[in-house]
Design a protein around this ligand. Structure first.
Ligand code: BES
Ligand code: ZN
Ligand code: ZN
Length: 493
């Protein structure tokens, strides 16, 4: 839907709209709600009691309001269940924002006003931010390839007023949510459309629009630069690779340079270590790390934090052909280290190490890297939580705290040095997987990356949360935009 948020200082009953959304906590109308209810002879309270409306989270009740006032009041109230107030968090507000726009749109309203839930508990700014962000994420739809006769309700407009909200907080939520939804779009694009060349074109277009520095290398430049690991993966595809670099420079020269690296496999078939068909179903999401990094750059260009940020994406497709790399091939990475390929499906790490080496050499003070790297991480932490690996506890803490503030779930896993043994090769310096053992797959992947920089490095394995085959509290099936909010928080603090 096309959602427009309007921040207002006024209270719900001072904003004319056909629908007013009021919170219900533990079966009781919110304070704002009660004030309004007074004007309707407690009609709302009576509905709640007579219908035994408990107001579990997300439960709603639509009540017609016969306006007895002189001026035209709202025709309806939507009572929105928020569960118990005790223990409610900003995440409750964010989820409520998402759910309520979906509900309002389902009911067919084009305009509504909602109260800013929990402003009393968390302050107007935080509560407004969470509600607005939730609404904008929850209003996301992916229907680009649905034709009008497939019955989809596309592009419906909704104007939502947030009563007693903070304007700057709503503005910020708009920038952040737009960046997340941009990343979702990139992930959701089919791989025949979003090739490495197209991903680079979009990054370039965005850089132009937002005044970011941009440099894009084609396959010849990638080869000439010596990115043999990245190129080794890319060469099997008829769609050539691109190396994408974006730079944000603050007005005053920055003390710190943060590098963000995103895995950019626009499709991962597994190569000759071919994935079974079922494993390929979601593999257009294998550029979700790149999408997160590009999405974050979008918001960073607008929010203008005082640090320099550089984004790097090695974009390629992992395919099969006469030119594709094989098991047992030896690749020479940009760092000079040689790698024996034991599994062509462990391609992400090969593309990432060249991007990491390059970021390091270009003067990054700290590197944060996001990738849909291993199925093993999904086995360990499930679909909601990203694995966090770090070679530096301070940098790890900063990323972890940023994720917490952003409302994205990450959990630390160890980079256990003893497991490095399993990546030693008898032929080359390293091999890209253990080969036979499937133990600690997420950890060995992280250790492999860690061999290519001594700078503070955080690796987020987002294979679980990057993509969802079920709709969730903050959005539909498909790319989730996971990581964008964390990266923005990280850079801003
Ligand atoms: N892109 C996949 C990882 C992945 C799996 C992402 C599921 C999202 C959902 C990655 O390139 C891969 O195939 N990894 C292998 C590594 C193995 C060969 C060591 C894996 O996880 O099986
Ligand atoms: Zn793979
Ligand atoms: Zn992959």
């Amino acid at each position: 839907m096309e959602l427009t948020l309007k921040s207002a200082r006024r209270s719900v009953d001072e904003i004319p709209a056909p629908l007013v959304v009021l919170g219900v906590w533990g079966g009781e109308l919110s304070e704002e709600g009660q004030k309004l209810d007074g004007k309707y002879r407690k009609a709302l309270t009576r509905f709640i009691q007579e219908l035994h409306f408990k107001g579990d989270f997300g439960e709603t009740l639509l009540v017609p309001l016969a306006s007895r006032r002189e001026e035209a009041g709202p025709g309806f109230a939507l009572l929105f269940g928020l569960g118990k107030k005790r223990g409610a968090s900003l995440e409750t507000v964010r989820k409520a924002g998402a759910k309520l726009v979906q509900e309002i749109s389902r009911l067919g309203f084009k305009e509504a006003v909602a109260e800013t839930f929990l402003a009393d508990k968390f302050g107007k700014k935080e509560a407004s931010y969470a509600l607005a962000e939730g609404a904008l994420l929850g209003g996301y739809e992916w229907n680009k390839y649905k034709t009008s006769n497939s019955g989809s309700r596309r592009g419906e407009k909704l104007r939502l007023w947030l009563a007693r909200s903070s304007g700057p907080a709503v503005d910020r939520a708009e920038v952040v949510a737009e960046a997340v939804n941009y990343a979702r779009d990139l992930v959701n694009e089919p791989p025949n459309v979003l090739t490495p060349v197209e991903l680079a074109r979009r990054a370039g277009e965005m850089a132009q629009e937002l005044g970011l520095g941009v440099e894009i290398w084609d396959e010849d430049q990638i080869q000439k630069a010596g990115m043999g690991a990245f190129y080794g993966v890319a060469r099997g595809s008829a769609n050539p690779p691109r190396f994408i670099q974006l730079t944000y420079k603050p007005q005053n020269p920055a003390e710190r340079v943060i590098a963000m690296v995103g895995k950019g496999l626009t499709f991962d078939t597994g190569g000759y270590s071919l994935k079974p068909s079922e494993g390929q179903i979601t593999m257009k999401c294998d550029m979700a790390g790149a999408a997160a990094v590009l999405g974050a750059m979008r918001a960073i260009a607008r929010l203008k934090p005082p640090v320099e940020v550089r984004a790097y994406v090695a974009a390629a497709e992992n395919m099969i052909s006469g030119a594709a790399y094989r098991v047992s091939d030896v690749l020479t990475s940009l760092s000079g280290k040689t790698i024996e390929v034991l599994n062509t499906d462990a391609e992400g790490r090969l593309t990432l190490i060249d991007a990491i080496t390059h970021a390091d050499r270009q003067g990054a003070d700290a590197i944060v890297e996001l990738s849909t790297l291993t199925g093993a991480c999904v086995v360990a932490l499930g679909e909601k939580i990203a694995g966090l690996f770090a070679n530096d506890s301070r940098w790890a803490r900063q990323v972890q705290e940023a994720a917490e503030r952003a409302g994205e779930k990450v959990w630390p896993l160890p980079m256990e040095e003893e497991y490095l043994e399993s990546l030693k090769s008898s032929t080359a310096d390293l091999k890209n997987t253990h080969g036979r053992s499937r133990y600690a797959g997420a950890i060995t992947a992280a250790l492999f990356l860690g061999e290519f920089t001594d700078k503070p490095l955080v690796h987020l394995d987002i294979a679980g949360p990057a993509y969802t085959e079920k709709s969730h509290a903050l959005g539909p099936v498909g790319g989730t935009g996971f990581g964008v909010r964390t990266l923005i928080e990280l850079v801003e603090k």
